[in-house]
Ligand binder design. Structure first.
Ligand SMILES: *Cc1c(COP(=O)(O)O)cnc(C)c1O
Length: 340
């Protein structure tokens, strides 16, 4: 049985918490560049900007939330350490921040997670706890470690300090682009767009927030449609950072996303690959599928974008070069120059 969610979004998290987060993380997190995109602007007839969130040390925006959560631990909690169950960009972010702060970090993973992914976490000095067959087992182990050793669990998205940390992206956008009409980003657990949505909508309700997911296994999209969190199977996708459920007892991101998102849409694998190819060819950046989803959707004209001044969150670059090359190949040779 899913827990009934009846919380009002504005009572969950305030804009003030995001401003506090900006101040808390400033020593560890650099402001990221906002880059004008001539190609996307000419495709759409609008002013399109890219927020380069792949330029953090861990290769994704999740450094912001992890920094805000870890820096707000009590001295005792810092001494004991933290644990998390994400193997993707959040796990890496926690490992990076823990290393910088000299905090013990245990990353729980299932036996399914490939060794290549685990190497980077180990290199950062975080401990790995390998347990069970899937992500739910890893999550379970994480909460066991909290019980057994007092380690503090830092969830990947459903945590107020994490959401507030991600929201600092929107403060930077408002500073650099005060006339912004619309933000577009990838949508998975919803930490990214909860934080951004909160800042944008409380600042100016006319700023639109659009969330994009891959076609298969888009849990937040399906949950919004159903009216409550649902569980779906996972499928292979170029946007692997958008995989995963909403957590066993989602408390924050589902109600926040429900309140703050204007539109949630699904994007095909082909369109995601085109986004990666466009960014490679015209902006000379190598980014992962989850980060290229908005660019692909615009290039393929599959979403209606409100307003004239648009920012797309380029959320991460953690993709191996072989997979990246395979994905973009059909779209970068001259012969097959389908869209640009
Ligand atoms: C985590 C992540 C997202 C989605 O963020 P949520 O807070 O889970 O919605 C998008 N892109 C990248 C690269 C990510 O790592």
């Amino acid at each position: 049985m899913q827990k009934k969610i009846s919380i009002i979004a504005k009572d969950i998290l305030s804009l003030q918490k995001v401003w506090q987060a900006k101040n808390v993380i400033k020593g560890l997190i650099n402001k990221t560049p906002l880059v004008y995109s001539p190609i996307l602007s000419s495709i759409t007839g609008k002013n399109i900007y890219l927020k380069y969130e792949h330029m953090h040390e861990s290769g994704a925006f999740k450094m912001r939330g992890a920094a805000n959560a870890l820096l707000q631990l009590s001295p005792k909690e810092k001494t004991i350490g933290v644990t998390t169950f994400s193997t993707g960009n959040h796990g890496l972010a926690v490992a990076h921040i823990a290393k910088k702060l000299g905090i013990r970090a245990v990353i729980c993973v299932s036996t399914r997670v490939p060794y290549s992914k685990l190497d980077r976490i180990k290199e950062l000095g975080a401990e790995l706890e390998i347990y069970g067959e899937g992500q739910d087992d890893a999550e379970l182990r994480c909460y066991q470690l909290e019980q057994e050793q007092g380690l503090k669990v830092i969830p990947p998205f459903d945590h107020l300090d994490v959401i507030a940390g991600q929201g600092t992206i929107a403060l930077e956008l408002l500073e650099d682009l005060p006339s912004i009409d619309c933000v577009i980003g990838g949508l998975s657990g919803g930490g990214l767009l909860s934080g951004i949505g909160l800042v944008m909508k409380t600042t100016n309700p006319n700023i639109a927030v659009l969330g994009l997911s891959m076609e298969k296994g888009a849990v937040m999209h399906a949950s919004l449609k159903a009216g409550n969190p649902v569980v779906l199977n996972e499928y292979n996708t170029l946007a692997d950072s958008l995989l995963g459920g909403l957590g066993m007892n989602n408390s924050y991101t589902f109600p926040l996303i429900k309140e703050y998102i204007d539109q949630s849409a699904l994007v095909s694998e082909e369109t995601i690959a085109k986004g990666m190819a466009l960014l490679y060819k015209h902006h000379h950046i190598i980014v992962e599928g989850a980060a290229a989803i908005g660019v692909g959707a615009i290039a393929d004209r599959i979403i209606n974008i409100p307003g004239q001044t648009i920012a797309i969150i380029i959320s991460g670059c953690n993709v191996d070069l072989d997979s990246h090359y395979q994905a973009i190949l059909p779209y970068i040779s001259d012969k097959n120059n389908l869209i640009f």
